[in-house]
Each structure stands twice: as structure tokens, then as C-alpha cells.
Design a binder for this molecule. Structure first.
Ligand SMILES: *Cc1c(COP(=O)(O)O)cnc(C)c1O
Length: 372
């Protein structure tokens, strides 16, 4: 069986370090806040080259808190790419603003700048740059547009820990970056977790206060906030795992390079483009095929797990029917029928990735012979 994700194998490889980290937190009773959270925030800020990092409850909260801290007038429009996880757009509406979807690039799947520009109105206050699948957005072009139209830039880095745009770490290029440590992400906790990164001291402070009942000091509440904090056990686990993240990312890139090379001559599948300016961390390796159902069935029969990210584009979800963006001629609105995510991750052996590539090749060979 070639697994899509294997968190047990990862735990087995780190068991001693992780168990030790957890028992330290328990022994110190540093459950909420405290030194393990402080340490991880410092390490993660450094890792992403951001001046500040605020640990929060999860990646969705990170987005909501960042949006609240940016303090847009109620009902502002925030532009979100049409292919993402619903958390990206949910955070906009939940914060009292209006989601406007724009299209994604047909080759690298991140936000399409032409489409983005066409959606800007006088009410637009921000754009969400989702570094989808681990591929950074075209940030120079995006920042130019943002400057021209006076927009804030929120980077949704939930899939892009360690990704770089022209050598710059994501999460500190725009005004604010948000991360998820959901277990299946490239850097995952043992439960929910998230973080906000920024170079803006005031903004970081505001986020920290919102996430902790509007206070810095106990019982001195400057305003109403909420409760969304990274807990000590998760922080200690994340500190252990962060030390291995570069190795894991390199492994993901190796797997991706193998797929890109071994599948490049197959007619009928489109491979994801890695832009020359991108250090892509391959949270997902997404191919496109007109034969998704039969190819997927063939892979499953060969014992290979796959996924689809995402099977319904955001504008087509029932939740967004009211926006009337279902029929827009977006790449994202048509590609959701063709995309297929192949297994990728540090858990895969060379044998396993060969198996995936060979299974795909045999599917297309059989198909070609059927036609003859
Ligand atoms: C996972 C994810 C989120 C949400 O993170 P949670 O920690 O699950 O709340 C937001 N945006 C994107 C692109 C994601 O993949």
C-alpha cells in the first residue's frame, strides 16, 4: 500500500524526542502559554524570517484574527482565489466582510493576477495570497497591484511552511501571514494549531490581544477578543518537528522531481508547473487528467492512495451560491473535474514512488493500446 500520508511512521521515527517533549510540558504544567509556546514562536518567526510570530488555535483562526486586526470597514471586499480550502474564504465572511473570488493560474494553480485585477472595486480592501499546494504566489506582481489600489496583502501559508518566493520566505512578504499546523500539513501538530507572522509590531500585538481576550495582562481587557491560543504540548511537539522540516521538505522536492521527470512524456496528463522564482514545498503534487475517474480507480487497484484538492471549486460550493460566481469562466471552475493529488511526503520510499509512476505509465499504455 502506498499511503497518501503516514503520520504513524513519522511518529515512530521521532518517538523518543516527542515523548520527551510532551512529558516536559506536563511536568512543568505549561499547558496554555508559557515557555514552550514562547520558544516555538521565536523559532518559527526565525524560520520564516518574520520579526513576530503569534501562536493561535488553528489556521482558520489565524486568518480571522489577522483580518480582524487589519480593521477594515465592515462589509469591505476581500479577494480570494477560487481554488483553496474553504477556510480562506470562510475567514473573510466570518469577519463581517464580503468574499470576491478571482481565478487561479492554469499552470501553477496560485492566484491569477489578471483575474485579481479585474475584481478590484472601490470597496476592495485586501487580497488573500494563498500559496496553494506549497507553491508561492507571484508576489512582486501582487504587491504592485496592492500598492496601486491600496490593498493589504494577507498570505495564507497553511500549505507552504518554508516556501520561498525569489529567496524570500512566505509569510513575511505581505502585511501578514497565517499558518496552519493541522496534523496533515507540512509542519503538523498532534491536534489543531496555527500561527500568524508579520514584521509589523503593532499588528502582531493586536493579533496577540485578539487571540487572548483583548488583553496583554491578566484581567486588563482593552477590548473584547476571543480565545484562540496555541497550547504548550502542541508548541513543544512543533519545536521538535521544526528541526526536521528542512529534511522533510527536501524529500518532498525529491519525490516531486521524480514524478516530474518520469511522467513528463505521458500524453494526457498535465504536470504542475514550478515557476523559476519558486521554492515550492509540495504540500501536494497535483496532476490534471481527462481520465480522472478511471486513472484513480487503476491507482487504487494498485494499492495507491490519492486525493483531490479540491473536488468543488469555492464559487461552486452551496455555501457560495449567493455570490453567483458559479458560471464564471475560471480555470478553477473547470479544473476541479480534472485534478488528482498523488502521494507525496517524507514517508515515501524510492520503491513506492516508482510504483506510483509505473502504475500511471501502465494505465496510459493500456489506454493507448485499447485505442489501436
Ligand atoms: C488547512 C488550511 C487552512 C485552515 O487551517 P486549519 O488549521 O485547518 O484551520 C486554511 N487555508 C488553507 C489553504 C489550508 O490548506
Amino acid at each position: 500500500m502506498v499511503k497518501f500520508l503516514d503520520l504513524q511512521a513519522q511518529y515512530d521515527s521521532l518517538k523518543k524526542e516527542i515523548d520527551n517533549a510532551i512529558s516536559n510540558v506536563v511536568a512543568d504544567a505549561a499547558f496554555v502559554g508559557g515557555k514552550y509556546v514562547d520558544l516555538f514562536e521565536k523559532e518559527f518567526a526565525e524560520y520564516q524570517s518574520a520579526k513576530y510570530c503569534v501562536g493561535v488555535g488553528n489556521g482558520t483562526d489565524a486568518l480571522e484574527i489577522a483580518i480582524e486586526a487589519l480593521a477594515f470597514p465592515c462589509g469591505s471586499e476581500i479577494i480570494v482565489p477560487a481554488n483553496s480550502f474553504i477556510a480562506s474564504s470562510e475567514a473573510v465572511t466570518r469577519s463581517g466582510h464580503k468574499v470576491v473570488f478571482c481565478d487561479c493560474d492554469d499552470e501553477n494553480y496560485t492566484i491569477c493576477l489578471t483575474s485579481l485585477e479585474s475584481k478590484i472595486t472601490p470597496k476592495t480592501k485586501a487580497v488573500m495570497a494563498v500559496h496553494l499546494y506549497g507553491h508561492p504566489c507571484d508576489m512582486d506582481g501582487l504587491l504592485d497591484l496592492a500598492e496601486k489600489h491600496d490593498l493589504r496583502v494577507i498570505e495564507d501559508c497553511a500549505q507552504a511552511h518554508g516556501a520561498k518566493y525569489k529567496g524570500r520566505d512566505v509569510g513575511s512578504i505581505g502585511d501578514v501571514g497565517t499558518f496552519s499546523f493541522y496534523p496533515g500539513k507540512n509542519l503538523g501538530a498532534y491536534g489543531d494549531g496555527g500561527a500568524i507572522t508579520t514584521n509589523d509590531k503593532e499588528l502582531a500585538n493586536k493579533c496577540r490581544m485578539i487571540a487572548n481576550h483583548g488583553r496583554i495582562k491578566k484581567y486588563e481587557h482593552d477590548f473584547e477578543g476571543r480565545n484562540s491560543r496555541l497550547d504548550g504540548i502542541q508548541a513543544a511537539i512543533l519545536s521538535v518537528k521544526l528541526k526536521h522540516l528542512n529534511d522533510w521538505t527536501n524529500k518532498r522536492i525529491e519525490v516531486a522531481n521524480y514524478y516530474l521527470e518520469s511522467l513528463k512524456d505521458i500524453d494526457g496528463i498535465f504536470l504542475p508547473k514550478r515557476e523559476i522564482w519558486a521554492m515550492q514545498v509540495y504540500h501536494l503534487f497535483v496532476i490534471r487528467t481527462g481520465n480522472r475517474e478511471s486513472l484513480n480507480k487503476h491507482l487504487i487497484e494498485d494499492g495507491i492512495q490519492t486525493g483531490i484538492h479540491y473536488p468543488i471549486s469555492l464559487p461552486k460550493l452551496s455555501a457560495y451560491k449567493y455570490l453567483n460566481q458559479i458560471d464564471e469562466s475560471f480555470n478553477a471552475n473547470k479544473n476541479d473535474k480534472f485534478i488528482l493529488s498523488l502521494p507525496i511526503g517524507e514517508h515515501l520510499t524510492l520503491e513506492e514512488i516508482e510504483k506510483v509512476a509505473n502504475s500511471i505509465k501502465s494505465f496510459y499504455n493500456r489506454k493507448k493500446n485499447d485505442l489501436l
